[in-house]
Ligand binder design. Structure first.
Ligand code: AP5
Ligand code: MG
Length: 187
């Protein structure tokens, strides 16, 4: 079972992905977390990614595609995974589709967390005060929202053709949204 959680910055992909991964006993693969770990560790990949990340731009596919391939190839992800934050571009979507198809698998569900921009901004502003993520500055947040609309939102139409996109109202308590997701995927 491969489930993609799609949504704008701050829509709750990480929060709901964690709950879902624990419930289904599947690994959660989060490209943002992998990048943050690489940046903290000062690896060459982390250093390359940092200038894009800090400005709220997408890290180029030349860096991300290899990362996705490695993560999907991990033995833990053999029978399924929760994908948080990727695919985010057409090239990434193509890689995921092809990699899964080669194994006789496919994306089973796409959960689209639907949250108003006002609420996204409220959440990211409050996280900026608590955690200080480098891309939660007002400038980077504005760029992340634009990039989501331009590069990632078009993937919704790509997947909608297959009838696997479920729109999840992403405003409400964390438990309410988790309950709705459980109802949608039936487990
Ligand atoms: P990434 O780390 O994926 O960040 P994002 O997409 O901007 O989203 P966030 O992680 O900020 O939000 P979320 O949707 O996970 O929500 P969360 O649960 O945290 O990517 C960061 C950057 O890395 C990108 O800009 C790019 O540079 C790079 N990158 C990553 N993947 C890439 C890729 N595939 N290709 C290229 N570049 C890539 O919730 C947000 C906040 O709200 C939290 O504080 C949470 O506690 C709170 N919250 C959650 N749910 C609720 C609720 N129901 N009510 C109230 N508050 C809530
Ligand atoms: Mg996240």
């Amino acid at each position: 079972m491969h489930i993609l959680i799609l949504g704008a910055p701050g829509s709750g992909k990480g929060t709901q992905g964690k709950i879902l991964a624990e419930r289904l006993g599947l690994p959660k693969i989060t490209t943002g977390d992998l990048l943050r770990t690489a940046m903290t560790g000062g690896t060459p990949l982390g250093l390359d990614a940092k200038k894009y990340y800090d400005e709220g731009k997408l890290v180029p596919d030349s860096i991300i595609l290899g990362m996705i391939k490695d993560e999907l190839a991990r033995p833990e992800a053999k029978d399924g995974a929760i994908l948080d934050g990727f695919p985010r571009t057409a090239a990434q979507a193509e890689l995921v589709d092809r990699t899964l198809a080669e194994r006789g698998q496919r994306l089973n569900h796409i959960l689209l967390l639907d949250v108003t921009e006002e609420e996204l901004l409220r959440r990211l502003r409050s996280r900026a005060r608590v955690e200080g993520r480098t891309d939660d500055s007002p400038e980077a947040v504005a760029t992340r929202l634009q990039v989501y609309q331009r590069d990632t939102a078009p993937l919704i139409a790509h997947y909608a053709q297959r009838g696997i996109v479920h729109r999840v109202p992403g405003t409400g308590t964390v438990d309410e949204i988790a309950g709705e997701i459980k109802r949608i995927i039936g487990r």
